[in-house]
Design a protein around this ligand. Structure first.
Ligand SMILES: Nc1ncnc2c1ncn2[C@@H]1O[C@H](COP(=O)(O)OP(=O)(O)OP(=O)(O)O)[C@@H](O)[C@H]1O
Length: 665
């Protein structure tokens, strides 16, 4: 049953999947016991050389994960000594041995503290239902430093919002979701305005433009962005590996490729832009900027793929703003119909807001006015913002189309269309919206606009589809391996079964201390429960997922950014694009179902030349599907060039996982 918490944790994969370890050519002793909770697989991208040395000492006769070095040799060694994989039989320094979780004790303990359950099954997975339900009455005393409140329908009051609410101490966690408070992103895709091409058959909107039949009226008005220059330009500290970006191989395919710049000065940007670049602390361009900026300035369409955290946002914003400054951009002013020169779309609200803030930063002191529109906020408020004047319109697809459909935005002056996280924008979830956008009656044809697409991952089938949106002479810029993980992230894979994950997480977080950590899980429910659990365990934790109200999502990010809650439990909604300083760790409590999602998730750390660590719990009952591609990504990060083709046949190519349960927008 989909709603069954036990089932969610305990489900065996339905597909018949050959044993991963058999596939890796390993011997039975490994299968029988050597691979368990404490064995660790590490890949440390930028320090590969050192690891190579360590490898020769540490690789034993039996090898688990990633034993691909000598495929088919049957000697069980797996790794060759040149490989930079690490296979340690000891836990990572400081991590204690895994202990067995006493599930019923766990359920009881947590439920007693917080006083919550979920629906008809309270507590945590595998907890005794009796324990959980009996104690899920919301009568637990306030405990610890965290607070947790939710309106999701707990205990025997599913969906009535009366489940529990427990506020206590500092840190704190609150979650609102479900029938009363929840507002699902996709519900915001309301097409109801005056644009007949975008109008939906059900035209039932209130004065704010919210669809009466679809969802409750959203009144949330986000706080205004900062006005002080110091906040607008607060620089992100570049890390020790920033200069190493220059060593990454760059490939630009297409004809008549403009020459790369080596410095910002070579781009001949206007004075105000140059001033803003230095106020932002940018001393020199990253590779995607060195190549991307002149391509955009030359008027070319661009599909660009560069590793997470390497400055893709500025790579499109700077040349776009420069082109607007060089052109005849009109000073923004109040008008009933706004006609932006630039439209930027991104898949999540927090990401588009971040892009907007970057646009605001770089356009500071110019006549260019960026505006942002995204779901979960008052449409009326956002329309008013747009009507004040809008040159650069940043939006999530649903809200953007909604506002266009209301006749508030005309597209006839669009010169630049940008798809950030382009592979996500063109996958099944958003592709229809993107097609609606480019075929909106007044959107200039691809011949008459510049189309720019950026992402850290770009599957080939999406690249092919993306080409539909671009001129035939578009350029493809690849900085490093397309879809490769950021080399500054030290990746560790721990074999941990479902029932040991929480204990392992506690061990790790105890070691980490107050360093900022993002913990990714595969469902919104689990995000709530895990965050509550961590609060109980005195780790100030907050959470972000698609069922939380926008106000709460923004509060959660704010608390995480400020360090008030150094742990953020998140679903896929936070996997892409978010640029939060000082995130030192990413933990994949649940591995995602696709490798691209993995690459984006771990890319929340190790940004802008800083180093970061990612630890992923690998459960062979559920994660075999990602094993092959995961090994490949680890290998690529180390400059490896392994041939995995023999595994292709054995592994399912795609897996419709739970990641997409989340409303993204
Ligand atoms: N040339 C530069 N010098 C210094 N800092 C930079 C430079 N370019 C970008 N940054 C900073 O690096 C951080 C990461 O940049 P950005 O968010 O654009 O990365 P990204 O490539 O879009 O990542 P993702 O793939 O995760 O979306 C930002 O804080 C940005 O301000």
């Amino acid at each position: 049953m989909a709603e069954d918490w036990d089932a969610e944790f305990g489900t065996e994969p339905t597909a018949v999947i050959p044993s991963f370890f058999d596939m890796a050519g390993l011997r039975s002793p490994v299968k029988e016991g050597a691979i368990n909770g404490n064995q660790i697989f590490e890949s440390k991208g930028s320090e590969a050389a050192n690891f190579g040395k360590r490898c020769s000492n540490t690789f034993g006769n039996s090898t688990g994960f990633g034993g691909f070095g000598k495929q088919g040799s049957g000697d069980g060694n797996g790794f060759d000594t040149n490989s930079s994989y690490i296979f340690e039989k000891q836990p990572v320094a400081g991590f204690a041995e895994t202990t067995t979780v006493n599930e019923s004790e766990f359920g009881s303990r947590v439920v007693r503290g917080c006083g919550f359950g979920r629906g008809n099954r309270g507590g945590f997975p595998r907890s005794s239902p009796q324990n959980a339900i009996e104690k899920a009455s919301g009568d637990g005393p306030p405990v610890g430093r965290g607070s947790f409140s939710a309106r999701r329908g707990f205990a025997n009051h599913p969906g009535d919002g009366s489940g529990f609410s427990s506020s206590c101490g500092r840190g704190g966690f609150s979650s609102t979701s479900g029938i009363r408070g929840g507002y699902r992103g996709r519900n915001e895709d309301i097409f109801s305005g005056s644009n007949p091409k975008l109008r939906a058959p059900w035209n039932s909107t209130d004065s704010e433009g919210n669809n009466k039949n679809q969802a409750p009226k959203v009144t949330y008005v986000p706080p205004p962005p900062p006005e002080e220059e110091s906040a607008i330009f607060a620089p992100y500290q570049t890390g020790i590996n920033f200069d190493k970006y220059d060593e990454i191989l760059v490939d630009v395919s297409g004809f008549n490729v403009p020459s790369a710049i080596l410095t910002f000065a070579e781009a001949h940007l206007c004075e105000t832009l140059n001033k803003n670049i230095s106020k932002a602390g940018y001393l020199k361009p990253t590779p995607v900027q060195k190549h991307g900026v002149p391509i955009v300035l030359a008027g070319r369409d661009l599909m660009a793929c560069a590793q997470t955290g390497s400055g893709k946002t500025a790579a499109f914003l700077l040349p776009i703003l420069e082109m607007l400054m060089r052109g005849d951009v009109a000073a923004s002013q109040f008008k009933e119909l706004q006609e932006p020169e630039v439209v930027i779309v991104a898949p999540t609200r927090e990401l588009i807001n971040q892009i907007y803030l970057e646009a605001r930063k770089f356009s500071f002191g110019t006549i260019i006015r960026p505006v942002v529109v995204y779901g979960g906020t008052s449409t009326g408020h956002q329309i008013r913002q747009v009507l004040q004047g809008c040159n650069v319109l940043c939006g999530t697809p649903g809200r953007l189309l909604d506002i266009i459909s209301k006749g508030k935005v005309g597209l006839s002056k669009v010169q630049f269309l940008v798809l950030d996280e382009a592979d996500r924008m063109l996958d099944m979830g958003f592709e229809p919206d993107m097609r609606k956008l480019v075929t909106a009656f007044d959107m200039p044809s691809k011949q008459n606009r510049q189309t720019l697409m950026f992402s850290a991952t770009f599957p080939e089938e999406i690249q092919r589809m993306a080409a539909d949106f671009m001129k035939t002479d578009y350029l493809f810029l690849a900085v490093g391996q397309v879809g490769g993980a950021c080399g500054d992230v030290h990746q560790t894979i721990l074999q941990v079964d479902q029932y040991s994950k929480r204990n392992k997480l506690i061990e790790i977080l105890t070691n980490i201390g107050i360093e900022r950590t993002m913990v990714f899980v595969d469902t919104k429910r689990k995000a709530d429960f895990l965050a509550a659990f961590l609060c109980q365990e005195n780790f100030p934790t907050t959470s972000i997922h698609g069922d939380r109200e926008q106000r709460e999502r923004e509060q959660a990010l704010g608390d995480f950014r400020s360090g008030k809650c150094p742990v953020l439990v998140a679903t896929a909604v936070a996997a892409r694009g978010l640029d939060i300083e000082h995130v030192q760790h990413v933990i994949n409590f649940d591995l995602p179902s696709t490798i691209d999602e993995y690459v984006h998730r771990i890319g929340r750390t190790g940004r802008c030349g800083n180093v970061g660590k990612a630890i992923s719990f690998f459960d062979s009952n559920t994660d075999l599907r990602i094993a092959r591609t995961l090994v490949k990504v680890l290998s690529d990060g180390l400059g490896g060039n392994k041939d995995f083709s023999s595994y292709e046949a054995n592994l399912p190519v795609t897996y419709a996982g739970k990641d997409h349960e989340d409303a993204w927008e």
